[in-house]
Design a protein around this ligand. Structure first.
Ligand SMILES: NC(=O)C1=CN([C@@H]2O[C@H](COP(=O)(O)OP(=O)(O)OC[C@H]3O[C@@H](n4cnc5c(N)ncnc54)[C@H](O)[C@@H]3O)[C@@H](O)[C@H]2O)C=CC1
Ligand SMILES: [Mg+2]
Length: 314
């Protein structure tokens, strides 16, 4: 999925109206929200008393607000929270923040209703808290849905279109992104490569699968990242400027040797070089379709090529 808006640098931390220096979540009962609530009532200002409650910026240009450990709000406090939230959202919008993440402890669930009345929706819930979001950026929300695990797919071809990524680490990587629900692996690779580089291609095989647990980009769940071999049918690059800094066709040998590539990219480049020289049948995990017994639909099975004598065994 191509990002359309660059993230603000963390140094330009999101602020809340009336907020002072700290970016932290609330400290606990008696401080933070309680003080802020009293302040809000006392001064009658919509936001002035909420100085302790700060949004923490994230690397995607969003802002996160933790309501943890606050005293259970009473009716009037909910109204004050609503005024604070409305004023804060207006300020975050002015700052160019793309999204708000509101973490609401279960005992303060009534605040979720206040937030919902201002356009927030549930993103996910864990045992003790719910997380609500509101998209502030342009167009429809591009926030990823919550993960049970997530599947990322990238594609390459033996002249390799590579992205020089802006976020996390500046390193060459294969273009790719998150699979949509119900989307086949090969379709994700072809779609993501087109969206991020403008290059049209056809799925050939799976080359590698990486499994990584507690992945920060998957909300702490497990991330499966699959790299596919694609056959390009167009060669002009028109890349997504928000998601990458540079995008170039790279020589496979150079990609296998450069230090400026992620480890997974280097290893897959070496694998491809081997396949290119010795035959792709040495490296390809290919796909076959079979009828699904229970649903009457078809599923895709990925495995190394089977010799005909084994394939036709009865
Ligand atoms: N080792 C490697 O070479 C790399 C592998 N990967 C894998 O690729 C997959 C993900 O690829 P991507 O290109 O990141 O996916 P993607 O191309 O689908 O883009 C995801 C989009 O969602 C946006 N996004 C994600 N979380 C967000 C949030 N909290 N708030 C706002 N916007 C948010 C991002 O800015 C980006 O525009 C994963 O499986 C990951 O493990 C990603 C980077 C490098
Ligand atoms: Mg991507």
């Amino acid at each position: 999925m191509p990002a359309r808006r660059p993230a603000l640098p963390e140094a330009e931390a999101g602020t809340a109206p009336g907020a002072a220096a700290s970016r932290c979540a609330m400290a606990g009962p008696g401080s933070g929200l309680l003080r802020a609530l009293r302040g809000a009532r006392g001064r009658g200002s919509p936001a002035g008393g909420w100085a302790g409650l700060r949004g923490r910026p994230d690397k995607y240009g969003g802002v996160s607000v933790e309501l943890a450990q606050l005293p259970r709000p009473r009716r009037r406090e909910r109204a004050a929270f609503g005024r604070w939230l409305r004023a804060s959202v207006a300020q975050w919008q002015e700052e160019g923040r793309v999204a708000v993440w509101l973490h609401v402890p279960i005992l303060q669930s009534r605040l979720a209703a206040v937030a919902a009345s201002q356009g927030f929706t549930f993103h996910h819930a864990e045992s003790g808290s719910a997380t609500l979001t509101r998209w502030l950026g342009e167009g429809p929300s591009r926030l990823p849905g919550y993960a049970t695990h997530q599947l990322g797919v990238a594609g390459e071809s033996h002249r390799v279109p590579c992205e020089h990524r802006a976020s996390t680490v500046n390193a060459w990587k294969f273009p790719g992104g998150l699979s949509n629900p119900g989307e086949d692996i090969g379709d994700t690779a072809v779609r993501e490569v087109f969206e991020e580089t403008g290059i049209k291609s056809e799925f050939k095989s799976i080359l590698s699968i990486r499994q990584q647990h507690q992945h920060p980009g998957a909300f702490g769940k497990s991330d499966m990242y699959i790299i596919c071999r694609l056959e390009p049918s167009s060669f002009n690059i028109n890349f997504c400027q928000q998601e990458c800094l540079r995008c170039e066709w790279m020589d496979l040998d150079e990609l296998a040797r450069t230090k400026h590539a992620t480890p997974i990219t280097s290893n897959v480049a070496k694998l491809l070089l081997y396949g290119y020289r010795e035959g792709f049948d040495k490296i390809d995990i290919t796909m076959r379709e079979f009828p699904a017994v229970y649903t009457g639909r078809f599923y895709k099975l990925y495995h190394r090529e089977l010799p005909k004598s084994y394939r036709n065994m009865t």
